[in-house]
Design a protein around this ligand. Structure first.
Ligand code: KG4
Ligand code: ZN
Length: 350
């Protein structure tokens, strides 16, 4: 089965043509063609994604990218329904509906977070031999949540952020440091540099929010505020040396990683799962990956860890196609019709 998928939930316009087949252990996915156009540089001056601009860019870019897919053949269309920025989501949905109607093909509305989760389980194009239950830590610019999957495609949110998402915290603190958007990779670069050059002895001390809350929930807005005050109390970034700023980035990454590891430990104790996976843009963070890898290796050796390929962690349409194919090939597709509507706050558990 070949699916043409569209992703426009945030600031990436993605189209992908992916073929899925059943194998004895699960599924094989072959990406025939994939196009991705990032608008991040256009949003950079705003320090975050500007919805009206995102909508306009998707509207402009979809037909341009689609030209390369026009003469391809496929059996179904998939599109991100939510969560995301509604004006942006609508652009993908309208475009997908048009293609589906013109070609008389079924249309699937896909949950963006489910797509992050499913695609993170895929290894070298294969989604095979995955033992349930699965616990996923989804960390992106808009979300931070633990999702428990006891049955395929049935999700329970067992912990989430009470305020900001972890990616948002990276992005906002990066902005305070004068770094460009998206800030996660920039903070990470500085933090690595600081550790490599032995700048571990620094004056910074940021909080580890909700570490002892006894729940699997997170809070990152306090960390963001603490970062703001710490920089102000130090005299502002203009007065700080490059080394001190790099050390600050390392302290922030440390604080975030420590919270993620500690909450993951609790979630793993609570749920007794067989497979642990991370997904979403922040899952590209090398330091966080290493820390979680060490946690599983040292404390949960019987849990299988699936770390997503770096090419799939950020928003893209391949993940939308893979989620749609996994569903369709399992007979669990959620076929939509011309009434398919964008849902900005679509929950994975609904
Ligand atoms: O999943 P994603 O591409 O978009 C959303 O669905 O939100 O996630 C984007 C987020 C941004 O906040 C970005 O700063 C963060 O992922 N990010 C990172 C890294 N790469 C991307 N955060 C920390 N370290 C990274 N290496
Ligand atoms: Zn995403």
């Amino acid at each position: 089965m070949r699916i043409l998928a569209f992703e426009t939930s945030c600031d990436e316009t993605g189209i992908a043509l992916v073929e899925g087949t059943k194998t004895p252990g699960g599924f094989l996915f072959e990406t025939h063609k994939a196009a991705l156009l990032s608008q991040a540089h256009l949003h950079a001056p705003y320090g975050g994604v500007y919805p009206t601009l995102a909508k306009r860019e998707h509207e402009k870019n979809l037909p341009i990218l689609f030209k390369d897919f026009e003469h391809e053949t496929y059996n179904a269309i998939a599109v991100t329904q939510g969560p995301g920025l509604e004006p942006a989501l609508w652009q993908g949905i309208e475009f997908a509906k048009k293609v589906a109607t013109e070609r008389g093909l079924p249309l699937f509305g896909i949950n963006h977070m489910e797509a992050h989760l499913i695609s993170s389980l895929v290894q070298e194009g294969r989604l095979e031999h995955t033992t349930l239950p699965i616990l996923a830590l989804l960390i992106s610019g808009g979300h931070t949540e633990f999702v428990l999957m006891k049955e395929w495609f049935q999700y329970e949110v067992v912990g989430k952020t009470l305020d900001d998402a972890v990616g948002e915290c990276f992005d906002k603190v990066a902005r305070m440091l004068g770094l460009p958007y998206p800030g996660g990779p920039e903070i990470s670069k500085l933090a690595t540099q600081a550790r490599e050059t032995g700048l571990k002895d620094h004056p910074w001390q940021l909080p580890r929010p909700m570490l002892n809350s006894g729940t699997c929930d997170f809070s990152f807005s306090g960390l963001k505020t603490a970062a703001l005050y710490a920089l102000r109390d130090a005299g502002g970034i203009q007065t700080l040396s490059a080394d001190k700023i790099a050390a600050f980035a390392a302290e922030l990454e440390d604080a975030i990683a420590e919270v993620l590891v500690s909450k993951t430990r609790k979630a793993l104790w609570d749920t007794e799962i067989k497979t642990f996976v991370i997904g979403g843009g922040v899952a590209a963070n090398k330091y966080i990956r290493e820390k979680l890898e060490a946690l599983i290796k040292d404390e949960f050796p019987n849990v299988e860890l699936r770390l997503p390929q770096l090419s799939i962690t950020g928003d893209n349409a391949i993940m939308i196609a893979q989620a749609a194919l996994a569903r369709a090939l399992s007979g669990k597709d959620n076929a939509a019709d011309e009434t398919l509507a964008a849902v900005g706050n679509l929950s994975i558990a609904s």
